[in-house]
Ligand binder design. Structure first.
Ligand SMILES: Cc1cc2nc3c(=O)[nH]c(=O)nc-3n(C[C@H](O)[C@H](O)[C@H](O)COP(=O)(O)OP(=O)(O)OC[C@H]3O[C@@H](n4cnc5c(N)ncnc54)[C@H](O)[C@@H]3O)c2cc1C
Length: 417
């Protein structure tokens, strides 16, 4: 078999590449379905995505593809569960929902923060923005749950546009008023009316040229051949990879040791998805919410049934919790322990009672978010430079090793040459 374009991985980046390259582009995907992180799964008539997934794409190319699918446009309203209180997001602008002593601490933290500092890491960035008390108690705690490390281990290069930086007026108003402006980084969160997030781009997939059950295991850049776990192989003229940079180096024949070692310094979080179906409409506070309490293993949860009614059978509702882990902070609970803990958390947050729950499903996704440890960018560059030097185009969230949203991953694939 010889292909003009071989694309490894059928996530949204691989699909974006196929869309751009046309009929001669073949996707080889390890799983039995395409979609990757943007895929969905069904349980008892409920649809769940792989974690939250809402679109706020701005780019025209992406909008022309995504907007062919009818969608809901949700306001970006979310909540935070802060040790017994539901607080509108972001907490620093809405502390009115917290006890008065806590509001005073947050205001003082903001007023007395040290702004005369040379910020060297994410911890210092948080203290500079919000003051030490708030930084330590809220985002500092959340960082351990979401990024699986302390904030001082992270650089600040990924933050732009993702974290809100309030003014003193906003902090003060938020401590006194329940009506505050929505400061989320986008005004509209889009989601398909039916069939899960993948419906936004499933219609462009050229399924005749998709080969599922093809897990790449070795790449020979000299003979231009890829071998798959199923015993098949394919020759390519052009190779486009969306595979994680820290995996592909093990597949490339005669990959230099320094490149392989650099790739092993690239770390990502994994996510355990705990999907819950409710027999009724549960008391879900917002489409998605954050959980600061470290006794609760999940960092965040979202409601598929609030994203789209079609995601749950009539009269029922759903939630999915995200528990992050890494090799350094492994998931130590069994699936049964995770289920019991999440059920207890649901009851504690006043969302539903145990009897209201129809099922709880636990499954894991190995690659979730790339971690911006100090010096990561230099290691990443070593790996990308080498891969490109042997004629492989590397794209997508884990192929660029970037914190890309789905639309950015799509474009990364679409922009192949
Ligand atoms: C928790 C979470 C929430 C997110 N929420 C949002 C959101 O709300 N909005 C948004 O726009 N974006 C969101 N994203 C980002 C979005 O999911 C990614 O940008 C996008 O899905 C990445 O696509 P990709 O194709 O680069 O990678 P992937 O989706 O990971 O695709 C890679 C594909 O390669 C396949 N593969 C792996 N190894 C091999 C192999 N050896 N051989 C063949 N195939 C292989 C995999 O099975 C997979 O299908 C979120 C991401 C996460 C983790």
């Amino acid at each position: 078999m010889k292909n003009k374009y071989v694309i490894l991985g059928g996530g949204i980046a691989g699909i974006g590449a196929q869309y751009r390259l046309g009929k001669e582009a073949n996707i080889y995907e390890a799983r039995d379905r395409v979609g990757g992180l943007c895929d969905s799964f069904n349980i008892n008539g409920f649809t769940f995505d792989n974690a939250v997934h809402l679109s706020f794409a701005k780019d025209d190319v992406v909008r022309r593809v995504f907007d062919k699918t009818p969608y809901y446009a949700h306001a970006p309203e979310s909540m935070n569960w802060c040790w017994g209180n539901w607080v509108r997001h972001p907490v620093q602008n809405n502390s009115v929902h917290l006890p008065i002593d806590e509001r005073i601490r947050i205001i003082k933290s903001f007023c007395y923060r040290n702004t005369d500092t040379d910020v060297k890491n994410y911890k210092e960035w948080l203290e500079y923005q919000y003051g030490e008390y708030f930084a330590t108690k809220y985002p500092g705690c959340y960082t351990r749950k979401y990024w699986c490390c302390d904030a001082d281990k992270l650089s600040t290069k990924w933050i732009v546009g993702r974290m809100y930086q309030p003014s003193l007026d906003e902090v003060l108003e938020g401590a006194m008023k329940t009506e505050t402006p929505n400061t989320y980084y986008t005004k509209e969160m889009r989601y398909p009316l039916k069939d899960g997030y993948k419906a936004f781009f499933d219609h462009i997939v050229d399924y005749e040229n998709v080969h599922t059950g093809y897990k790449a295991v070795s790449i020979d850049p000299i003979s231009k051949t890829v071998e798959f776990e199923n015993g098949q192989s394919v020759e390519y003229e052009n190779l486009i990879s969306t595979l994680p940079l820290n995996q592909i180096t093990d597949m490339i024949k005669d990959c230099p040791e320094d490149v392989r070692l650099a790739s092993k310094e690239l770390k990502a979080t994994s996510v355990c998805l705990v999907s819950v179906g409710f027999k009724h409409k549960a008391n879900i506070p917002s489409i998605w919410f954050y959980m600061y309490d470290e006794k609760m293993p999940a960092a965040r949860a979202y409601s598929p049934s609030l994203k789209a009614e079609s995601n749950a059978p009539e009269g029922k509702s759903s939630l999915q919790f995200e528990i992050y882990y890494t090799d350094d902070k492994p998931l130590t609970m069994t699936a049964e322990e995770i289920k019991e803990t999440v059920i207890g958390n649901i009851v504690e947050m006043g969302i539903a009672n145990k009897e209201d729950i129809e099922f709880v499903d636990v499954r894991c996704v190995p690659y979730a978010n790339v971690i911006f440890y100090h010096g990561m960018e230099e290691k990443r560059q070593i790996v990308i430079d080498y891969i490109e030097s042997i004629g492989i185009q590397t794209v997508g969230r884990f192929g660029r090793w970037e914190y890309l949203w789905s639309d950015q991953s799509f474009l990364s694939g679409y922009n192949v040459k």
